[in-house]
Design a protein around this ligand. Sequence first.
Ligand SMILES: Cc1cc2nc3c(=O)[nH]c(=O)nc-3n(C[C@H](O)[C@H](O)[C@H](O)COP(=O)(O)O)c2cc1C
Length: 226
Amino acid sequence: MSTTTLAFDETIRNRFSPRAFLPEPLTEEQIRQVLTDAQSSPSNCNNQPWHVHIVSGKTKDALEKAMVRNHSEGIVTPDFTFDYADFYGDYFDRSQEQARIYYETLGVTREDKIKRDEVYIRNFKFYGAPHAAFLFMPSFGDNIRVASDMGMYGQTFLLSLAARGYAGIPQTLLGFHADTVREILGVSEQYRLLFGISFGYADPNAPTHHVRMGRISIDESVTIHS
Ligand SMILES: Cc1cc2nc3c(=O)[nH]c(=O)nc-3n(C[C@H](O)[C@H](O)[C@H](O)COP(=O)(O)O)c2cc1C
């Protein structure tokens, strides 16, 4: 098996969030290589607070079924808040723009509530990915430092996937049914579900495969002091 990885700049440019995957699974060894990379992530005081559950096969199917059922029954049990209404100004505009690009690529109009719901539900179907990682964390203080450590882990995981020719998408929505996920995976209530990452091989024939979300210029994000 090849263990060749892309150069850093290629890895960064190749990473994107695919919303369609091929069914072909990774081997356990390939997944372990990614997990080994992610394990090197930095964390506050070297806490290493990531508690990660990888799901495939029957377990993933059971989660998908339960999350889709919860959604159809209007049940949501997120451990952390998420509300578009909290966004404002440019932050809100950027969120609208990325949704607009995605839905337009799929040919789904704003008015077509049924199709939009179908697209939303793809989150709970892991966008067709053969694997997903559920990122659980302990709760310390206001949870901000722990969550930032989890973000570090998530990004290393994603870059490792990209460097190795695989792909993944981080999903807040995979944390929307935290009680159900904990129950099915046998996870203690002391661990909170921050987000999940669906991963595998991106489907090169999906209409969204070549869509790339833009970024603002570094001058809008960074102030360089001399
Ligand atoms: C923590 C986090 C949570 C996200 N949650 C979702 C999600 O629930 N569903 C989804 O389709 N995309 C989700 N995304 C993907 C973002 O929409 C995506 O990263 C952003 O639009 C930039 O696109 P790119 O990753 O292709 O560069 C999430 C990204 C991050 C970092």
